[in-house]
Write a protein that binds this ligand. Sequence first.
Ligand code: NAD
Length: 499
Amino acid sequence: MTTAVDLQTIPHFIGGEHVRDGERFQDVFNPATGEVIRQLALADEETLENAISNAAEAQKAWRRAGLAKRSQVFFKLVGIIREEADELARIITEEHGKTIPDAHGEIARGLENVEFCAGLVHHLKGESAEQVATGVDVRQLRQPVGVVACITPFNFPAMVPLWMISTAIAAGNAVILKPSERDPSASVWIADAFKRAGLPDGILNVVHGDKDTVNRILEHPTIQAVSFVGSTPIAKHIYSTATSHGKRVQALGGAKNHMVVMPDADLDAAADAAISAGFGSAGQRCMAISVVVAVGDIADDLISRIKDRMADLKLGNGADADTDIGPLITAQAQERADRILAAAPSEGANIVVDGRESAAGMDGFFVGASLVDNVKPGMQVYDEEIFAPVLSVARVDSYNEAVELINANNYANGVAMFTRDGRTAREFEFDIEVGMVGVNVPIPVPIGAFSFGGWKDSLFGDTHMYGPESFNFYTRRKVTTSRWPLPSESQIELGFPVN
Ligand code: NAD
């Protein structure tokens, strides 16, 4: 089945309608071919104002909508997305480049959040205490914050929007979603699906734009809260600007995730995991493994097992069934990865497998799977988030050295340990200063009933995304203290009330 979305000039979605306003337009590419496939209208000030005023008006009624009615939207949305997942996956692959199975994986993980929100009555329950003083009761309510903005990155064009907008809408807010300008069509498709699921017009608005649009959002007095996922420098900017304008902010940043392999680990399982987590989605996942930390004397053996497996990986268009690794998102991303690889030998690292060679002569923005050994802090290949299929190996002598290396890194999104020893794994969980930890699990993204977030430069703000924490982020708590005295019990009390 196809949707009603016209994909030639990608529209904004405002007040339930497709709107193509904008004085500026930007090209959207298919990164597997390098060709421009669509135009994107970038919002000017008037278009953004239109979206925000639609949202503010619609939110007044949505916060009054019965919770059972809100829930039904989510149940219907789950059905629509499941039934039409092939269509959404095709759109994701065409603009992002990831393989079709990977696009389906992203949709499935995004759906977890929609499913979690279908139980919104449970998540919006407040607390109460009876008889806190004689005849006095207290109850705490959760109320929506109003109009919220969700600003998303290119690498999960369906999952990350669903992380944010599901809870924001379930909690009774209206949303301005500003998706990545690189692969924005999935957001329009999702907004259309929400409408078909019964969401009233104006509650979810998709506004396309670049940094000018984002900066207007951050300063707009009607926007009460900002959820952001993207790179660390932009996350810092979002956090400082939006908080200085009085908004609550959760801004998730970049990552450099390590996978520690202990000498007792099953090296075949560790090599499989390094391939999956290092090269899946061409390394463009915030939870991708980018550094394998080989402890003790296993490095040569582990590298040879990883290298053997790399020989079977097929680089190509994500739409082709036999492709394992798709392209990078832009020509600039490809050039940057190539440049970092080129610099690695002069910094003292050894390139074991060079992905520039496997990508040579291909149209599109390709870098093949790459393996770099003897990587250390101070080298560009270690210090920078490459966001490409480049896997580094750092050699350390001991568990303590591995922990010191990781804890010294400013990024702290995800980390994994491969071992057969429960005690070492438990020590690691205790010692490591990273927000999400995997034990023999290379990409430990929490399921929808938990919340997602890193530490240090991987998250600015104190609320993690989706799950229970996000219901805190998107609601304000109000506490009511009440009593119902008989007229004969009323008296003047000028002292501060005590129990
Ligand atoms: P990005 O920071 O370039 O863009 C993210 C969003 O910010 C986009 O909507 C973009 O339009 C906007 N933006 C870009 N430059 C801006 C500026 N100067 N001012 C205001 N807004 C601006 O990120 P990206 O390249 O789209 O995504 C990849 C990054 O996202 C990686 O660093 C990755 O690690 C990170 N990421 C993190 C998580 C996480 O959970 N921590 C998840 C996914 C992606």
